[in-house]
Design a binder for this molecule. Sequence first.
Ligand SMILES: Nc1ncnc2c1ncn2[C@@H]1O[C@H](COP(=O)(O)OP(=O)(O)O)[C@@H](O)[C@H]1O
Ligand SMILES: [Mg+2]
Length: 151
Amino acid sequence: MSLFLPDEAATNAFATRLHAALPADIAGWTVLLEGELGAGKSTLARALIRAFGHSGAVPSPTYTLVEPYKLDCGSIYHIDLYRVAAEEELRYLGWNELEDGLRLVEWPDRAPDLAARADLQITLGYAQAGRSLDLVGLSERGSVLASKLTS
Ligand SMILES: Nc1ncnc2c1ncn2[C@@H]1O[C@H](COP(=O)(O)OP(=O)(O)O)[C@@H](O)[C@H]1O
Ligand SMILES: [Mg+2]
């Protein structure tokens, strides 16, 4: 599935639709956010975290690697692996402790093990003044969700 998002409001609207399509129990879901710097990965993550009911700031996890959100619906982990150079650096991150929530992962290619178990891949790209969005289901439940969002 491919979409054109003409402006940031369209990105936010897509996040609202994605939130509505995700199940009530988001534990163990992993969404990969791909695309170059400035493509809109953090914008989409922020809008999705807000759609789940978070009203405060959504700081970039670039330096902390993980920003956790404890919400009524469960936990969300916003992960940004841009600064990770080698996979060994991730050994102490405690991935297993992030199993109870929804993981939104920017620069997932830095963590192939995590990417291999993901449900959805969202790729953002520059398209004129806006952005393109490609959505691919990676797991069975991810594919079901992707087709729900297409219809
Ligand atoms: N659909 C869109 N069209 C145009 N600009 C957008 C769109 N979505 C987001 N932006 C803008 O693009 C930039 C994306 O930054 P950011 O989300 O931090 O990117 P990334 O996390 O991929 O590096 C922000 O300035 C945001 O306002
Ligand atoms: Mg980002």
